[in-house]
Design a protein around this ligand. Structure first.
Ligand code: SF4
Length: 707
């Protein structure tokens, strides 16, 4: 094979995986491959986790796809030319849209795509395919936090402050987040709070992050799954009871406070204990820690941070709202040294949600139903505003409609693996199988790619040029370090070529620099304004959005003077208290919790192929409490069967007191394995955000040989 060109001096870049986007350098190694070296950067402070250290191995995966593939009459995927693949795609689109209209074609994107690709994919869907039906896997990731942040502050930026600010705080409350496994270098920023005994972790499981509170470093509150909103109301009650609210802040900067305060009156600690299982004394202690740390009490500062554990619920938006209310009570958001934020998960989870992949949004985080926003974006795109379709359907609804009467018959999947990562994944695989044509662009044969009718081979992180936006809203340059293998074609080129074949009214740029400039124009004046950034600038110094022009230095800390709501004040909203959608019933006496492990990332499509991170089956296990293990007769290592209303899953038992007796925990990675934990999870969604309830569902647990 011809030698791939790589920079002889090395390339500064960022990790291919999570939203921490740790800085690294790819340098040529003696064996001709690239090797990872960590770089110092405020977020990772020179650290990397095992996933980052081994990231260069991804460039040499054995089953790399380097040629288009099409499914033949016998049902097998076989190598094809680009022309054949394109012809198959274009003729299926034409047939489907002729019969059923533009929405016969749909697009499912990803939070790992570069900003340039996230932007172009939204434009490709609406301008070239003419479909309203685009959404993406970020709907599974942090959409409840985005919805709650937008509702409360008028704008959602995961962390509206630099991550390093956490280091100076006296207290940090993590609600449903496990960075010690998902993004380990982040925990360096918790050291200050731990030293001062102020790290508080809410998690039904004694996770690696919860363990950081041990030995006097803080508190672990271990509620019954699905009761976080009650626990947060109980904490608010305790803050109010301790006269800990920042009344001047509430009067000056918050609307709707009285109703929220009133809603907390019935959640005194003892009643909260009854509902959540968290001891009343712990609730009071946590409230006292937060009050003492709050700036109005002379503390060094406090942060409330939410993660997937709070968000991935059928009422996740309200749970995050309850966390925001607690932060508002203490006067934290919009203040230097304190605040509320969410830890975005996917590599470009932040940028991925700003540029038009969401079913209801246009670039710049603009609403697709806003006439002015449509006119602005239409002008940049060179199309009539009326030619831009209206809102589509959020991910779960979109996936469920595939192949049904009136639903899409052709689907494009870019940067996602819904066959593994969607809730009730078995049903989703069935829907994918019912399509006229499934097109998957990927660089490895993921579980979704293996179901495709057409597979398009694309570059991966170090082979493409672009930008990413980290969890703190900082735009980072991810420069190309090596050429992609022969046969691979960049998505920007694919979309431009398909757009031309489909007779799109405008041309699509293929140069990432040009696309980023267009993205900047499309976002200008919007809520996530990138107009002042360009590739050269962010390579020199990553910049925080909003950054409206070249002279603007970016916005590390938001909301210091006013929130982005019409009144400039934050909106406190009374959260509804609704239980778990898939509640315990006869025969299902345990809750299934899902999450990640240190050495795997998301569906596992990438990390499962890195030998140094272990075989996929090593990451299939079920944490079972000793009491449950005794009840059902399993021991460490023996197989346990977990069954929900949707599917069944067998895994070796890990007996541990880390989980409550009424819970089992299973990692949700699965690509490369023959069982998927998400076959069990519940597709019930949050009415505001459309996020599914991944984090809890009712299951029956039994010894596998008896199941
Ligand atoms: Fe950093 Fe996340 Fe990559 Fe680990 S996976 S090295 S925490 S960016």
């Amino acid at each position: 094979a011809p030698q791939r060109r790589t920079s002889a001096t090395g390339t500064d870049t960022h990790c291919p995986y999570c939203a921490l986007q740790c800085a690294m350098r790819l340098e040529p190694a003696d064996d001709g491959r690239l090797a990872v070296q960590p770089r110092d950067f405020p977020t990772n402070q020179g650290g990397l986790c095992q996933k980052g250290w081994t990231a260069a191995e991804l460039l040499a995966v054995r089953d790399r796809i380097t040629t288009p593939m099409v499914r033949d009459a016998g049902g097998e995927l076989r190598a094809a030319t680009w022309q054949e693949a394109y012809e198959r795609i274009v003729s299926a689109i034409r047939a489907a849209q002729r019969a059923d209209g533009p929405d016969a074609v749909a697009v499912f994107g990803g939070g790992g795509l570069t900003n340039e690709k996230a932007y172009s994919l939204g434009k490709f869907a609406r301008v070239a395919l003419g479909t309203a039906l685009i959404d993406y896997n970020g709907r599974f990731c942090m959409s409840s936090a985005a919805a709650a942040g937008n509702r409360a502050f008028g704008l959602d930026r995961g962390l509206p402050f630099p991550l390093a600010d956490l280091g100076g705080a006296d207290a940090v409350l993590l609600v449903g987040s496990n960075p010690a496994e998902t993004m380990p270098p982040m925990t360096r920023h918790l050291a200050g709070a731990r030293q001062r005994g102020g790290l508080i972790v809410i998690d039904p499981r004694h996770s690696a992050t919860a363990a950081l509170t041990d030995d006097g470093a803080g508190l672990h509150l271990q509620p019954l799954p699905g009761t976080d909103v009650v626990l947060l109301l109980g904490l608010l009650h305790a803050v109010i009871a301790a006269s800990g609210t920042d009344d001047d802040y509430l009067a000056a900067r918050v609307e709707g406070w009285d109703a929220v305060a009133a809603a907390s009156t019935c959640w005194w600690p003892e009643r909260t204990q009854q509902a959540t299982g968290v001891p009343a004394g712990q609730i009071r202690e946590a409230a006292e820690l937060l009050v003492a740390a709050a700036p109005h009490r002379g503390g060094a500062g406090a942060y409330v941070i939410s993660g997937r554990g709070a968000e991935q619920h059928a009422h996740g938006t309200d749970t995050v709202t309850a966390a925001i209310n607690l932060a508002l009570a203490l006067g934290l958001p919009g203040r230097v040294g304190s605040g509320y934020g969410c830890l975005t998960g996917q590599g470009n989870g932040q940028g991925g949600r700003e540029h038009g992949q969401k079913c209801d949004q246009l670039p710049g985080y603009r609403s697709i139903t806003d006439a002015q926003a449509r006119a602005h974006v239409a002008k940049v795109w060179g199309v009539d505003p009326d030619a831009i379709p209206g809102p589509g359907r959020p991910a779960v609804e979109l996936l469920d409609s595939l192949g049904r009467p009136g639903g899409p018959r052709v689907l494009f999947v870019h940067g996602a693996n819904p066959a593994v990562s969607a809730p009730d994944a078995g049903a989703v695989r069935e829907r994918l199988g019912s399509l006229d044509l499934l097109v998957v662009a990927d660089f490895v044969p993921s579980a979704t790619a293996r179901l495709a009718d057409v597979v398009l081979p694309v570059p991966q992180w170090a082979e493409e040029d672009g930008t990413m936006t980290s969890l703190e809203g900082r735009i980072l340059r991810r420069a190309r370090a090596t050429d992609p293998p022969d046969g691979v074609r960049d998505e920007l080129v694919i979309w431009a070529q398909l757009a031309e074949l489909l007779g799109a009214p405008v041309k699509f740029a293929t140069d990432p620099v040009e696309v980023f400039a267009e993205l900047g124009r499309a976002s200008a004046g919007g809520r996530a304004d990138y107009a002042g950034a360009d590739h050269e600038r962010v390579a020199r110094e990553p910049v925080y959005w909003p950054c409206p022009d070249r002279e603007h230095s970016g916005t590390p800390r938001m909301f210091l003077d006013r929130f982005a709501t019409p009144s400039g004040r934050a909106l406190a909203v009374v959260p509804s208290v609704v239980g778990v959608d898939d509640d315990l019933r006869e025969g299902a006496r345990t809750y299934l919790l899902t999450g990640r492990v240190l050495r795997q990332y998301q569906s596992g499509a990438q990390t499962a192929r890195v030998a140094a991170l272990g075989r996929p089956s090593e990451h299939r296990f079920a944490e079972v409490h000793p009491l449950t293990a005794h009840r059902i007769g399993v021991e460490d290592g023996t197989p346990v069967r977990i069954t929900s209303a949707r599917g069944s899953f067998v895994a070796p038992t890990r007996v541990t007191t880390a989980v409550r007796p009424d819970c089992v925990f299973v990692p949700f990675h699965g690509d490369g394995d023959d069982q998927f934990c998400n076959d069990l999870t519940n597709p019930a969604t949050d009415p505001v955000s459309g996020m599914p309830e991944f984090k809890v569902c009712a299951v029956d647990v039994s010894a596998a040989e008896h199941g």
